[in-house]
Ligand binder design. Structure first.
Ligand SMILES: Cc1cc2nc3c(=O)[nH]c(=O)nc-3n(C[C@H](O)[C@H](O)[C@H](O)COP(=O)(O)OP(=O)(O)OC[C@H]3O[C@@H](n4cnc5c(N)ncnc54)[C@H](O)[C@@H]3O)c2cc1C
Length: 475
């Protein structure tokens, strides 16, 4: 019986397994490796607070490409929503915890289906720490010292914790008052009231962190430092569809022509009292194609000059969360600064942060009690601590794109490309590991389609493997 191993059981790993179960017509074994706490939910849908909301409306969060109302219908049959207006619910931003419940529910249903098809499901509560590969076999080493041999392997490791920004005193990052992982509740618990808190970064995780701190009773001031200090945008004009820009898109457009075209359309909609979001939304289905058409220089240019602007326009927050953030700014509880952190020195009393303030054009200092890193997931595998992905990179099993955004892979077959430029026949990746290849490979919208396509391929490849070893613990 063919054995398929999936490393990472967040949305991507779970939905790949679910789709393989759905599509398989003969028995096989699916082994899903993920720590129990985040199984099925991953980092994104296992938040510590119910104030952490989806940044996409319920009507667009189905886990299935071909069943767009699947999440909405699941929500509507819950007691608390059964009598609510469906259009209102479809346009609501739900707590990410509810989405985690939804994925667990899908998984339970899939397991029943697997049983009826004689598909063996093995869930391993562990971390993969190393990987080796031959043409017919992938070997995984787990953090409980067990070894596992499989026929096909899917790497669905998703979001890595943020990297530590370069400062003079890198030792600071060993401080108990520094929180590198902003998705854990410890980052917002047991705060001291007498001093402000510094949040590095100014995106969606900064917003979640501020809400988390408030919920945990922190009443002090929050500072955010990021390269540009852009205003985070709310979702406005929900449902407004703008098509004129896409009609004018050409395959051979340079990045300069593209920016010119976008600016032209932003000017047009502004004349009608509409802001740029519908334009960005209309571009969204085209972004992978546009990214693929860019030359290396254009990708470099995008990363150095446009990435943060795109990020602000793309990653928006629900209106009521935006109101809350604005009120905190008005009340002097949240200060958004643009600049670069130069150094961080901790004493018994406080942590002194030296930074270059871009607006004031001078060096500044703030004293804080803790620092939370909200700069976004690390993508350069060489910076990952004790990761099998870093080992694979060093061994040449995989390679990275020039910008170190992800893993090099064939975007049709999802096969990982080794250091000789050859695709592996039994090692695949989808999800945020494809950011270098596709740029937008992060949201449910893209991942559900990738999971389905990969499952189609793995199902079609069902072969009998001669190698069987049972040296692992199943939960
Ligand atoms: C905070 C946050 C909020 C988001 N909100 C939204 C949203 O509202 N809408 C939307 O469309 N998208 C959202 N996203 C994007 C999100 O990345 C995707 O929607 C999706 O959840 C990604 O799933 P994933 O399984 O690829 O990654 P993850 O959710 O990161 O899951 C990866 C899993 O792999 C496990 N893993 C990693 N390494 C190993 C290893 N070596 N061994 C075993 N297991 C391992 C991790 O523990 C984790 O459980 C959000 C992302 C984040 C970080």
């Amino acid at each position: 019986m063919k054995k398929i191993g999936i490393i990472g059981g967040g949305f991507t790993g779970t939905m790949t397994a679910v789709q393989i179960i759905d599509k398989s017509t003969e028995p096989c074994e699916i082994i899903l490796i993920n720590e129990r706490e985040t199984l099925n939910k991953g980092i994104a849908y296992n938040p510590y607070s119910e104030k952490h909301l989806l940044n996409v409306i319920a009507g667009k969060m189905s886990a299935y490409l071909n069943n767009p109302d699947h999440f909405l219908d699941w929500v509507m049959q819950k007691d608390e929503f059964i009598n609510k207006d469906k259009t209102l619910i479809a346009n609501s931003f739900f707590p990410r915890q509810i989405y985690g419940e939804y994925l667990c529910n899908i998984w339970e249903e899939a397991k029943k289906c697997a049983e009826s098809k004689q598909i063996k499901i093995t869930v391993i509560d562990s971390f993969v720490v190393d990987l080796d590969i031959t043409e017919n076999l992938v070997s995984l080493w787990l953090d409980n010292n067990l070894k596992l041999n499989i026929d096909d392997c899917v790497i669905a490791t998703g979001n890595h914790i943020p990297r530590n920004p370069r400062i003079k005193n890198m030792d600071f990052y060993n401080s108990p008052n520094y929180f590198q992982n902003p998705w854990k509740i410890e980052s917002v618990k047991d705060t001291k009231e007498n001093l402000p808190i510094l949040i590095i970064g100014n995106g969606l995780t900064m917003v979640d962190t501020v809400l988390g701190l408030l919920e945990q009773g922190f009443k002090g001031e929050n500072y955010s430092i990021s390269p540009n200090g852009f205003n985070i945008l709310p979702h406005r004009h929900n449902g407004l569809k703008y098509s004129k820009l896409v009609e004018e898109l050409r395959d051979d457009m340079s990045i300069y022509e593209l920016v010119k075209l976008i600016n032209k359309h932003i000017k047009t909609v502004r004349e009608h009292g509409v802001s740029a979001e519908p334009i960005i939304d209309s571009l969204r289905p085209q972004t992978q194609k546009i990214w693929k058409s860019f030359s290396e220089q254009e990708r470099d240019l995008f990363m150095s000059r446009l990435r943060h602007l795109w990020g602000v326009a793309r990653h928006r927050i629900p209106l009521h969360t935006h109101d809350k953030i604005q009120q905190l700014r008005i009340d002097g509880k949240l200060h958004i600064n643009s600049g670069k952190i130069i150094d961080i020195i901790e004493s018994n009393e406080s942590i002194t942060v030296q930074y270059f303030d871009k607006k004031e054009n001078e060096l500044n200092e703030i004293n804080v009690s803790r620092i939370i890193n909200c700069t976004g997931p690390e993508t350069d595998l060489i910076n990952l601590d004790k990761s099998f992905l870093k080992n694979c990179l060093l061994k040449g099993i995989l390679t990275q794109d020039k910008l170190k955004l992800g893993i090099k892979a064939d975007t049709v077959s999802f096969q990982i490309i080794n250091s000789n430029g050859k695709p592996h026949t039994n090692l695949y990746t989808i999800g945020s590991n494809l950011k270098g290849e596709l740029w937008e490979s992060t949201a449910v919208n893209e991942l559900r389609e990738q999971a389905e396509k990969l499952a189609e391929k793995l199902k079609a490849q069902q072969l009998t493997s001669p190698i069987r070893k049972q040296g692992f613990r199943a939960s």
